[in-house]
Design a protein around this ligand. Structure first.
Ligand code: FAD
Ligand code: DLZ
Ligand code: SF4
Length: 510
């Protein structure tokens, strides 16, 4: 008897562990579109459409290779709408001797899989996830006994392990990190390159119509859908990025500009996270561009660090610290998520820009996620669980393994410093320095207090005041706390008054 090989929607690679020893004559590959996965949080319509389209194209690719594929579409009669239900149904209709799967990306599904070993009628083999460069156990070994897990240390280890941008055991260029060169503001009138978009084909158009019908009340528009949904298109996107954007990627990595959602960013995270591209091939391609003189070192290194460093690190941290990780709330934050995170209807221009582009594209780049919606959530004391759910819903690349450490740890400091040595709190001056948002805003970024003042300005100090007990002892917060200590009582009162007026005006309802 052959094997039933379940491939999840984010494991769409023919080299995924569960397919390595595929026997096309006897085995069947199972892919299932199930409502449970689309609604455990109510994902952005583009995320669902992206995955269903990618799954359908992947299945067709396997069939073209002569593989038996059992594909369950969302509207198929009898669809039980859960992974477990669909596995049981497939086992009842196919004659197979065992089930083979690859570890999932998310804890939620990992728990499901543990039950399969006991409840399914055939043996279940769960294989280690080979989509990442650092195996889970290696990260867990490194993390054992440590409270603080610093990315930079991990990243250097990964450079040595893979040999990426290494020469004779030393980092190429004599430095590990070129961050200092990667913080430029976009000059006025600077034209960013046109991006390669992928027109939906008939299969993708059908999926988009299905999603519009079945998930009509989910956040997000599908009109601008242009994600690559096949490996061939994902490779074309990678090639385009390396040629057109990587040579300038580093310089403007932290910049933001109204009406320009993409700048020099790769737009590769949905494809990477769904398995259409591997971290290894993307990093090797960036390294090649550097070696061939097509991209400067600070750009290639800055980009490789995001994937070999940050991406591998958050994934390792997630698996090393779950399920406890999610439960902490170090700053005891609990304010409900304001409605404008969904509607974009707010006078804060920076937030409006990010929410509007997220609705249209299911995308915001790193610094928008961190320093606009993230920073606001931090200094307004929003509830970690609600903020985490928002981040998991709105982006096409969102999966809990990558979303949670970024939001819970990096943005909200809810993990008490496991990930970041200090909270990334900032006033409006940071957003003004890195963007042109403030010029078109109803608020004045240079005014510190009062009705017209940029809310980030007083919320920043209010955050420091509210968390003084927890944060003032943190060495890396010494500077702002020294400034706060010099403020007279009247200024502190003004900050408190403005902050409570503004925060009281936020509503979680439309
Ligand atoms: P680029 O800026 O071009 O970077 C290249 C690649 O590096 C990305 O494709 C991504 O794979 C990787 N990368 C960069 N930064 C990170 C990071 N901090 N963690 C993990 N990978 C990284 N990324 C997700 O893939 N899914 C998420 O749900 C997600 N949620 C985030 C939430 C917050 C609050 C923050 C601050 C960051 C989050 N990120 C997430 C990381 C990052 O913002 C996105 O990976 C990136 O914006 C994707 O766009 P890009 O491909 O154009 O990236
Ligand atoms: C995100 C998602 C969605 C929306 N739908 C499906 C689906 O119908 N079938 C499927 O196999 N996977 C889907 N996914 C991706 C899964 O949620 C993902 O594989 C798990 O979260 C594990 O990381
Ligand atoms: Fe955002 Fe403040 Fe600038 Fe307005 S003034 S765009 S609220 S940072």
């Amino acid at each position: 008897k052959g094997a039933l090989r379940l491939v999840l929607g984010d494991q769409l690679n023919t080299r995924i562990a569960s397919l390595t020893d595929l026997d096309p004559e006897h085995d069947t590959v199972l892919l299932v579109e199930v409502r449970d996965e689309a609604t455990y949080v109510r994902h952005h319509k583009q995320k669902i459409a992206f995955l269903f389209a990618a799954m359908r194209h992947f299945a067709q690719g396997l069939r073209d290779e002569g593989v038996n594929v059992a594909y369950v579409e969302l509207t198929d009669p009898g669809n039980t709408h859960s992974f477990t239900g669909e596995l049981e149904r497939a086992l009842a209709r196919l004659s197979v001797g065992r089930v083979v799967v690859t570890e999932p990306g998310e804890w939620r599904v990992w728990e499901m899989m543990q039950d399969w070993r006991e409840t399914l009628s055939v043996p279940v083999e769960i294989r280690a996830d080979n989509r990442f460069l650092c195996p889970r156990e290696d990260f867990a070994g490194w993390a054992e006994g440590k409270h603080h897990l610093r990315m930079e240390t991990f990243y250097r280890g990964m450079r040595k392990r893979t040999g990426l941008l290494m020469e004779g055991g030393e980092p190429v260029g004599g430095r590990w990190n070129f961050d200092a060169e990667n913080r430029k503001r976009l000059p006025k009138g600077h034209r960013v390159p046109d991006r390669i978009g992928f027109q939906p084909d008939a299969v993708t158009r059908e999926v988009i119509a299905l999603v519009e019908q079945e998930f009509a009340d989910h956040f997000g528009d599908t009109a601008a859908f242009s994600w690559p949904v096949t490996r061939a298109d994902a490779l074309a996107a990678l090639k385009h990025f390396i040629a057109e954007c990587l040579p300038t990627f580093g310089d403007y990595q932290d910049a933001m500009k109204g009406g320009e959602p993409f700048l020099y960013h790769a737009l590769l995270s949905p494809a990477l996270n769904a398995g259409l591209l591997t971290a290894e091939e993307v990093c090797r391609e960036a390294e090649r561009a550097y070696k061939d003189g097509e991209a400067p070192l600070h750009c290639a290194e800055g980009f490789i660090r995001q994937i070999l460093g940050w991406r591998e690190y958050v994934r390792g941290l997630y698996w090393a610290r779950m399920p406890e990780y999610r439960a902490s709330n170090a700053l005891d934050a609990g304010r409900p998520l304001p409605w404008f995170y969904w509607s974009g209807e707010t006078d804060l221009n920076c937030i409006r820009q990010v929410v509007d582009q997220t609705r249209s594209h299911a995308y915001a780049h790193h610094i928008q996620r961190l320093m606009v919606t993230g920073n606001f959530a931090l200094i307004a004391g929003l509830s970690p669980a609600e903020v985490e759910e928002w981040y998991l819903v709105v982006f096409a690349d969102a999966y809990e393994w990558v979303e949670l450490p970024n939001v819970h740890g990096m943005v909200l400091w809810a993990d008490g410093g496991v990930m970041g040595s200090k909270p990334y709190a900032a006033s409006g001056a940071y957003i003004d320095r890195m963007s042109d948002y403030c010029a078109d805003c109803a608020y004045d970024v240079r005014t510190k207090n009062g009705e017209r003042a940029c809310p980030f300005n007083y919320l920043y100090w209010n955050f420091l005041i509210e968390n003084e007990e927890i944060l003032s002892g943190n060495q890396r917060m010494a500077m702002p706390y020294r400034t706060l200590a010099k403020m007279d009582e009247a200024r502190r009162k003004e900050i408190r008054r403005d902050a409570s007026r503004f925060l009281a005006s936020l509503s979680p309802e439309p």
